[in-house]
Design a protein around this ligand. Structure first.
Ligand code: BES
Ligand code: ZN
Length: 583
């Protein structure tokens, strides 16, 4: 058998999926989705191996209702279960009736208390990298893109959203039936939906923001600039290929900052700071519309193609909107997080390559800032080698050559060889792609604002630091020694009230150094904050700081026990892994 993706049972010698028709009914009381998935393949006849995880299968038939043979394999902790269906000659479709399992890894079911409104339950999906199989049985590899149509049945008082075009909504007594369609071929990890008490505000001709009613005004204010972002992204990459660009602000347990679901980016409510200082996350998810969603990684082993290109694009957009000084600060913070990620992988340095080998490795465990920031630095290095205009032309060529395709690192390299001859040799690309760590001579961000902050070292910043952006604060705080003197922590807190910082990026950068320095107010604040948000970017460093800090390990254990039901399963697993490792 020809396995092409270490995280899928997909066999390329078998028929390949083309289209999914999904009919699903959301049952909040039973915490299950009852569904039929009709899959159409490029041809009929013979066995087809699908991915599934925890699904309770009821029936598999031909489209005309004739039962089909199927066989469910043994569960594998990473891959889930292989579902082998045998298609008769000439039959190129099957209909699978099933329910999602109680622990479906892509779904988070929230009780009303876990939402802002407190009255209605909430459900959302998060499929990247390999969780789509816990909601729909399919060939769960980004290599085999699908179009789909879907019908969601849900309680009439709630609203469903899918990362697709809305078709209509019809009331049927106590229930509503909503239909959607996705006509562009997507990798399965971009299949996404949410159900809850949701309202929307218009942001521009192509965008609106969705959130719970009590959050939606704040969200509309925060993201008012989205249309300007679309325009600058189009200048870089060409026309926006997905029609609409809508946003959905999720409840606080959403484990990521953002997720680039097509036509409907999912966002954490921690971006709602009131001062638009974290909208770079929107620029990032928007950039994925081209790099990631239109040109996708062929498997998690090429994840840097998605994230490295997207961080590059994000910073280009930021440069237009906020200027080069801010981008330098942003890139400097990125470099700090990269160095930290490389240090954290000292036992598994192979995970610091851009192109990884992930047979037997769960993509959620391999996740780090390396593909983001090392990928960004590699692209910046290439840009410096060939010059800005030539690199911009290359980017457009890349979008064009691989439009709606999923590619490997090798396919990118071939295009660079053809379009920018000599460039790979000039930057010693193999050292970047297959080498470990960060090559010496990687580009370093420079700006006067950055130099001022870096020049402070561990001195108390001047009073004007009250006006620092969150990126200046992060550069400064991440530089401080761990532990730092108690007097410095106290002085910083008195002068700048960092324990009450309204910006979560500043707050977490502060808490991580202050906890390690034994600063009591920070420990208390962390204890509360860990119960308020589920974004992994914040949970992981805070738990790591409590585990490593003086006398706070048992508090980390207590918080994990107390709050774990509030976290997404992926986040809870990440916290568990830290507690195990720190033992
Ligand atoms: N696609 C990622 C989120 C993701 C990665 C989900 C891997 C599941 C598996 C998204 O685009 C992302 O990178 N989000 C960042 C935003 C940041 C880099 C601006 C995040 O969540 O912090
Ligand atoms: Zn991303």
């Amino acid at each position: 058998m020809a396995r092409l993706d270490p995280h899928s049972h997909t066999d390329l010698s078998q028929p390949r999926q083309r289209h999914l028709s999904w009919k699903a009914e959301v049952d909040f009381a039973g915490r299950t989705v009852r569904a039929t998935a009709s899959l159409r393949f490029d041809r009929g006849g013979g066995p087809v191996d699908l991915d599934s995880r925890g699904l309770q299968l009821e029936q598999v038939t031909e489209p005309d209702g004739t039962p089909l043979r199927f066989e469910l394999g043994e569960p594998d902790p990473i891959l889930g279960q292989r579902l082998r269906i045998t298609l008769p000659p000439g039959v190129n479709a099957c209909v699978i009736r099933y329910r999602t399992g109680p622990e479906a890894s892509a779904l988070q079911w929230l009780e009303p208390e876990q939402t802002a409104g407190g009255k209605a339950p909430f459900l959302y999906s998060q499929c990247q990298a390999i969780h789509a199989r816990s909601v729909v049985p399919l060939q769960d590899t980004p290599r085999l893109r699908i179009t789909y149509d879907a019908e969601l049945t849900l309680p009439a008082g709630l609203r469903g959203l899918m990362a697709a075009a809305a078709v209509d909504r019809v009331l049927q007594g106590e229930r509503a039936v909503e239909r959607y369609r996705m006509d562009e071929p997507i990798p399965p990890y971009l299949f996404a939906f949410a159900v809850g008490d949701l309202a929307s505000r218009e942001l521009g001709p192509r965008s609106r923001v969705w959130a719970e009613p009590s959050v939606v005004e704040r969200a509309a204010h925060e993201f008012a600039g989205v249309d300007g972002m679309l325009t600058s992204a189009e200048a870089l990459f060409g026309p926006y290929p997905w029609g609409r660009f809508d946003l959905l602000v999720l409840p606080p347990s959403f484990p990521y900052g953002g997720m680039e679901n097509p036509r409907l980016t999912f966002l954490t409510p921690t971006l709602l700071t009131g001062d638009r200082s974290l909208v770079n996350v929107v620029a990032h998810e928007l950039s994925h519309s081209w790099t990631g969603n239109m040109v996708s990684n062929a498997s998690a082993e090429d994840f840097w193609l998605n994230e490295g290109f997207t961080v590059f694009a994000e910073r280009r957009i930021l440069e237009v909107l906020e200027g080069p000084d801010l981008v330098a600060l942003h890139a400097a913070v990125g470099r700090q997080t990269l160095d930290e990620a490389v240090a954290n992988f000292r036992d598994r340095p192979e995970l610091t390559r851009l192109r990884t080998k992930l047979e037997g490795v769960d993509p959620d465990d391999a996740f780090s800032q390396v593909p983001y920031e090392k990928g960004y630095l590699f692209l910046r290095t290439l840009e410096e080698a060939v010059g800005g205009p030539a690199f911009d032309r290359f980017l457009k060529r890349y979008m064009d050559a691989f439009r709606f395709r999923s590619i490997t690192t090798e396919e990118l390299l071939e295009l660079v060889r053809a379009e920018l001859p000599g460039a790979l040799e000039a930057v010693d690309a193999p050292r970047w792609i297959d080498g470990e760590g960060v090559p010496p001579g990687a580009p370093v961000a420079r700006s006067s604002r950055l130099e001022q902050v870096e020049g402070l070292k561990a001195q108390l910043p001047p009073p004007e630091a009250r006006d620092w952006s969150p990126w200046e604060w992060q550069v400064y705080l991440n530089h401080l020694p761990r532990p730092s003197p108690a007097e410095l922590m106290t002085a910083l807190d008195e002068r700048f009230h960092l324990t009450e910082a309204p910006n979560p990026e500043v707050l977490v950068a502060w808490l991580t150094v202050a906890i390690r320095s034994g600063h009591a107010p920070a420990i208390q604040r962390a204890e509360a904050f860990l119960g308020e948000v589920g974004r992994m970017k914040y949970l992981k460093p805070l738990y790591a700081a409590l585990i490593a800090g003086p006398g706070t390990r048992s508090l980390a254990e207590a918080c994990a026990r107390r709050y774990r039901k509030r976290y997404h399963v992926i986040a809870a697993a990440g916290v568990d892994a830290l507690l195990r490792k720190g033992a």
